[in-house]
Design a protein. Structure first.
Length: 167
């Protein structure tokens, strides 16, 4: 049984980004998106025209400063390797708790189609039924797409995080 991380979330968060479950590399480093080839951090920072620092605490601080919360759909599961297709016996995170902690959320972004699928399958009732939801291309190296194309598709994260409104 593997266990994910607690959320990165402040009460003023407007955007929640959800992955499925941390990879083996992320679990080993105890950092969200800890695989060096995952493009999550470079994409997030590039939305504001910045370079992602190596210091993980600075990365986390940037998310908080930009009103972005980060978590995964799955709290615990069984899985060999890092592939979402290998996930067995998934248990969802407590989304009622994060909804209470972050009352200003206006949108949920899924960092992959699989994150959306697991959310719809596991989170009943949908505690975010009144929020706009977006499914973005995974930042994983397994999702073949140019950096610039992924970055363009992730731009709504910045718009909503800054404005707090919907597109």
């Amino acid at each position: 049984m593997i266990e994910g991380f607690p959320p990165i979330a402040e009460p003023d968060a407007r955007v929640l980004i959800l992955g499925t479950m941390p990879s083996v590399a992320s679990l080993k480093s105890r950092q969200y998106y800890g695989h060096p080839q995952n493009k999550f951090w470079p994409i997030i920072f590039s939305l504001w025209g910045e370079q992602a620092p190596d210091d993980y605490s600075k990365r986390v601080g940037f998310l908080k400063e930009k009103h972005i919360a980060l978590w995964d759909v799955i709290c615990t599961c069984e899985r060999e390797g890092s592939a979402d297709s290998e996930i067995k016996n998934p248990v969802p995170n407590d989304f009622k708790a994060i909804k209470e902690k972050c009352p200003n959320l206006v949108a949920v972004f899924f960092n992959s189609k699989n994150a959306e699928i697991y959310y719809k399958r596991l989170v009943k009732p949908d505690v975010f039924e009144n929020l706009k939801k977006f499914t973005l291309p995974s930042t994983s190296p397994a999702r073949a797409m140019s950096f610039e194309k992924k970055r363009q598709m992730w731009l709504p994260v910045r718009v909503i995080a800054e404005q707090g409104g919907l597109l």
